[in-house]
Design a protein around this ligand. Structure first.
Ligand code: PMP
Length: 399
């Protein structure tokens, strides 16, 4: 990018963009011309994709697509209004009830996105008299919710229960909310939820878990980290799940007690002041939920692919992280090197995102591989072959 004077007075912004580019931190979008994966058509090229969060391969499942089409014919495309005006339709209601039964919670409330669910919940539950305690590596939407709420904002060391305990002990406010990702989106590791839940109960704090990357994927029936760890509503009172990942659709939900849900309906600004998700998306999600229950093979197959990838990558001497989930980052360190590796992989026909600061801490840039039940073993082998080639060319790993 070259620096051109900007007549509208955006000169200083232009300068920032140039600096971002020179630090190799410039973000660019791609143009996808096909479904998500595994084989995709992107920017005019055929590539094998390893960067979608469609972990179960449901995003373009014929039954999910058909449900969406059928509901669009009946209810139209747009939600038309917010839930509290006239935007709450039968498919929304049916999905809330089905998700409440599936998660074993009293009630569920749908949001239009995970970002909105997270900011909505935290700001509805807390104000400046309260305190929020967040894992250092929490998703941006949780951090933003904490900051927006005006509550005292404390961050504890990643997955470090002692660090959280110290901060809780040092706080004398009445309402304390502990917030964590269930599966960390850039590392793929799990939060120590049983220990966090126990600590919260001892301290009279509420625990909120954002299970965006675990819901549908973890647990015997896809109930996410709550099911994986066997945590009910008492131990995990505020459970957030998103629908754009394992469920292959869009939107999010909060599951919990009737009191929690009523409070959100009254107070969560990102619920009250926005158009409801398209009803057809809710109908499609109901079908995804059904498939999730019927087709347990998707989770089994995914687990096999994860094991195959990890064994192959470790054999190549690559630095993996402590992850048993479909998020399998390869630690590179330098942002420029991560980007160069991602570009070389693309030349070899494989699409893997480079994740750089500020999304991850400086010095920990990485390739973020995500696996899906829609991949085959051959797809994983092709990824490993491409990784072997490009890391050798660039002198990464391989010792
Ligand atoms: N939480 C986490 C952990 C996420 O990774 C994401 C999306 N990347 C979100 C929340 C936001 O969800 P949505 O895309 O539905 O806004």
């Amino acid at each position: 990018m070259t620096h051109r004077p900007d007549r509208r007075g955006f000169d200083s912004l232009e300068q920032e963009l140039v600096e971002r580019e020179s630090q190799r931190l410039y973000r660019r979008r791609r143009l996808l011309q096909s479904p998500q994966q595994p084989a995709l058509h992107c920017d005019g090229r055929e590539l094998l994709g390893f960067c979608s969060n469609d972990y179960l391969g449901l995003a373009n499942h014929p039954r999910v697509v058909e449900s969406l089409q059928r509901a669009a014919s009946r209810y139209g495309v747009g939600g038309g209004a917010s839930h509290l005006v006239i935007g709450h339709s039968e498919p929304h209601h049916a999905l809330e009830e089905a998700l409440a039964a599936f998660t074993g919670r009293e009630r569920v409330l749908l949001f239009s996105s995970g970002y909105m669910a997270n900011t909505g919940v935290i700001t509805a539950l807390l104000d400046k008299r309260d305190a929020v305690f967040e894992d250092r590596l929490n998703h941006a939407s949780l951090i933003d919710g904490g900051l927006l709420s005006g509550a005292r904002f404390k961050r504890y060391l990643h997955n470090d229960v002692d660090s959280l305990r110290q901060r809780l002990n040092a706080s004398s406010v009445q309402r304390k909310l502990v917030v964590t990702d269930g599966v960390f989106s850039m590392d793929g590791d799990l939060a120590p939820l049983p220990e966090l839940a126990q600590l919260c109960q001892q301290q009279g704090a509420w625990l909120m878990v954002d299970d965006a990357h675990g819901f549908g994927v973890l647990g015997e029936t896809g109930g996410g980290c709550a099911e994986y760890f066997g945590l009910g509503s008492d131990q995990l009172p505020v459970l957030v799940g998103t629908l754009g990942k394992g469920f292959g659709t869009a939107g999010a939900f909060v599951a919990g007690s009737a009191t929690l849900i009523e409070t959100l309906i009254q107070q969560a600004r990102s619920y009250i002041y926005t158009t409801s998700m398209p009803p057809a998306v809710a109908a499609a999600t109901l079908e995804s939920l059904q498939l999730l229950k019927e087709e347990g093979w998707r989770r089994t197959h995914l687990a096999q692919l994860i094991a195959r990838f990890r064994a192959g990558a470790l054999a190549l001497g690559l630095r993996l992280m402590d992850s048993t989930t479909p998020i399998q980052p390869i630690l590179v360190g330098d942002a420029g090197q991560a980007l160069a590796l991602s570009q070389r992989l693309e030349t070899a026909g494989v699409l893997v995102s480079a994740i750089r600061p500020p999304t991850v801490p400086r010095g920990t840039a990485r390739l973020r591989v995500t696996l899906s039940a829609s991949h085959s073993e051959q797809d994983v082998d092709r990824l490993l072959e491409a990784l072997a080639k490009v890391t050798k060319e660039q002198g990464v790993g391989g010792e």
